[in-house]
Design a protein around this ligand. Structure first.
Ligand SMILES: [Zn+2]
Length: 440
């Protein structure tokens, strides 16, 4: 069997995450686990494996020394495909095109079986060559990253309890991309050194209720609508957070003047740079401010009944340096209405920031240039979404978020969307990256 055949088989098993654990097809995860055992026999002979929190998988590969280990993270679950117009069956893992154009279409092709299977390929290959890693290598593969993250939380707890202090933790996150930073012509490896916090706040208005035939001048729904609009008109302030400053300062060596000077001196140029980044598009806007968007509305249960409670859920993504308390203060100020309650439903503060210098960073950068291309520029960046990595930040300050795949804009847009896909050549290179990291 070839690596691609193994990859396709694992992609065809629908390990779909569901918000309600009762809806999860546990049998799919059991089959996925059995397929891993069959497809990677050396890995399952030489590594110790534990099944954690139902379906999460924690592996330990003992190294030659007791120095600080390497910890690689990925997740087995994928998001649902319901209602999405795919060109191919999302669990058929169809290979379209051939040669350098060959592309695998499947849910999870990138997020995150692309990384997970590439790690297995690299480990199995290293074992076949008799490699003994310099230090322990731990692999932690969650089963509900897309929903509750209970698997990752539990594995992180186990590792902490055993005193495992990794020298480097690597999870999914950024990729190798083109045109991510204005003025940089070379492809850049976007290595997440931090991720934003995630929270849901509810804006709630209440009134006595009554019949819809005799509405008050400002019913709860209208008061809520006004609050929503005020929030939209008053976004969080722009600023350059430390990971974004680091990205620009590192990119400065790869851009022409006067941009290079602007990137090198963010203290002076922050107002202009943050305004430009904000105007360039939603992705760069999210790098320079905490964002808030209303995702869900609730009002009256009946069409002829006044709402006694109207509620808007606001999804907030916190920039490094902002806290849940800061966000609540901003929402309060933006809404300007004491009769709108602001309730924190749940949330996490932003992650700590990992260093973009030092041994762990150098090790990642070397693996990038050795396997993904000597011209690829490793850049620290702020990851916009949340990943399982946030549960592991208590183990070490060297937590990074990067998948070793060179992806186009269209390919990145297909994450969680129809026609998720990865080019075969790109995926095979990713295996080499993990191989280099295991041997480093
Ligand atoms: Zn993912």
């Amino acid at each position: 069997m070839t690596p691609v055949e193994r990859f396709r088989e694992l992609l065809s098993i629908p390990t779909v995450s569901r918000p309600d654990p009762a809806d999860v097809d546990g049998d799919a995860f059991a089959r996925f686990r059995a397929a891993l055992e069959r497809l990677y026999p050396l890995t399952h002979t030489h590594l110790e494996r534990e099944v954690v929190a139902g379906h999460s998988l924690l592996y330990r590969w003992r190294g030659a020394s007791t120095a600080a280990p390497l910890l690689l993270l990925a997740h087995q679950d994928v998001v649902p495909v319901v209602g999405q117009p795919w060109r191919h069956d999302p669990f058929a893992a169809v290979v379209e095109g051939d040669g350098p154009d060959a592309t695998i279409h499947a849910r999870g092709a990138i997020d995150d079986k692309g990384a997970l299977v590439a790690v297995f390929e690299a480990v199995e290959e290293a074992l076949a060559e008799g490699v003994v890693p310099r230090t322990d290598v731990w692999l932690a593969f969650g089963h509900d990253e897309e929903t509750r993250g209970t698997g990752a939380r539990e594995m992180a707890r186990i590792l902490a309890e055993r005193g495992v202090r990794p020298a480097l933790v690597l999870d999914e996150g950024g990729a190798v991309v083109d045109g991510a930073v204005p003025g940089v012509a070379a492809p850049t490896a976007m290595i997440g050194v931090a991720e934003r916090g995630v929270a849901t706040f509810d804006l709630v208005t209440r009134e006595a209720g009554g019949h819809a035939s005799t509405p008050p001048p400002l019913p709860a729904t209208a008061r809520l609508a006004r609050a929503i609009d005020r929030l939209r008109r008053r976004p969080f302030p722009r600023r350059l957070a430390p990971p974004v400053r680091a990205m620009l300062a590192t990119a400065a060596g790869h851009v022409a003047e006067p941009l290079a000077t602007a990137f090198r001196r963010p203290r002076l140029t922050a107002p202009v740079l943050s305004a430009v980044l904000s105007a360039l598009g939603p992705e760069t806007n999210a790098l320079v401010r905490t964002t808030a968007v209303v995702t869900r509305l609730e009002g009256s249960p009946g069409e002829n009944v006044l709402a006694t409670t109207a509620r808007a859920s606001v999804n907030v993504r916190l920039l490094t340096g902002d806290t849940l308390a800061d966000a609540a203060i901003h929402l309060r100020r933006a809404v300007r209405d004491p009769l709108v309650d602001i309730e924190l439903r749940h949330g996490d503060d932003p992650s700590p920031v990992s260093p973009w210098r030092g041994e762990a960073w150098r090790r990642l950068s070397r693996a990038v240039s050795d396997t993904l291309g000597g011209d690829v520029v490793p850049l620290p960046y702020l990851q916009l979404g949340a990943s399982d990595s946030r549960f592991y930040t208590g183990l070490t300050d060297a937590v990074y978020r990067f998948a070793p795949f060179h992806l186009t804009r269209a390919e990145r847009d297909a994450l969680h969307a129809p026609d998720e896909r990865i080019r075969v050549d790109v995926w095979l290179r990713g295996i080499r990256f993990y191989g280099a990291l295991l041997r480093s």
